[in-house]
Write a protein that binds this ligand. Structure first.
Ligand code: G3P
Length: 217
């Protein structure tokens, strides 16, 4: 499963990138707002750092506006994936932009029907939002599983990009289901390393090592 980092914070991306944990980056208007930076400047900086797909989101509500914004964002770098919302206008923009050979990430997906439409519109990525479904007591992972089944039934090439990931368990659960990509905040990716028994075991090893009086260096 590819790991995308869901942030526009350069330092956080670099820290994980240096560990080989970054296969791509996703941003959205909220993450750009949080960064306090100009969208084109910060996105260019991310694209210079990361070779994989970097999602930059349009903000128009009509198809023509999304297409024009998408073409503008795509000028930033060759690895830009243009993000459009899962609306009818977004699907029209997706079809046009993907027909032009551009990577398109269709976002704000909350149902299997929406994901089916995005695949037929030629989406490179579909972004189902797990956490926001969980927030309303619907199991977001069930949606990932449903989309996986549907795409596999018909050989759709659209990549399932699990989004709105809130916990380390979401990451492993998406991997078990077979999501192609999971995009998560840096803290969630780092939390995947945490386990109380690892800490306890290391503490015990070092206490016993201290008793040997030895040093390795
Ligand atoms: O990529 C979508 C993600 O940023 C949304 O996450 O936690 O606001 O639902 P969240």
């Amino acid at each position: 499963m590819r790991f995308f980092v869901d942030t526009a914070e350069i330092d956080a991306i670099k820290e994980l990138h240096d560990l080989g944990m970054v296969d791509g980056v996703t941003t959205n208007p909220s993450l750009i707002m949080k960064s306090g930076r100009d969208i084109k400047e910060v996105t260019k900086e991310i694209c210079d750092l990361v070779d994989g797909p970097v999602s930059a989101e349009t903000v128009a509500l009509d198809a023509e506006g999304m297409i024009n914004e998408g073409r503008e964002l795509a000028k930033i770098a060759d690895n830009i994936a243009i993000k459009v919302p899962l609306t009818w206008a977004g699907l029209k923009a997706c079809k046009t932009l993907s027909d032009e050979g551009r990577m398109v990430n269709v976002t704000l997906c909350f149902s299997a029907n929406q994901a089916l439409l995005a695949a037929k519109a030629g989406a490179t990525f579909i972004s189902p939002f797990i956490g926001r479904l969980d927030d309303i007591n619907i199991d977001g992972l069930d949606l990932i599983a449903d989309i996986r089944t549907i795409y596999d039934n018909y050989g759709f090439e659209t990549n399932i990009l699990a989004a709105s990931i809130r916990t380390a368990n979401h990451m492993s659960d998406c991997a078990k289901i077979g999501a192609d990509v999971a995009t998560a905040p840096p803290a969630v990716i780092k939390a995947m390393a945490n386990h109380v028994l690892t800490d306890k075991g290391l503490d015990a090893f070092l206490k016993d090592w201290e008793k040997t009086g030895q040093k390795i260096l």
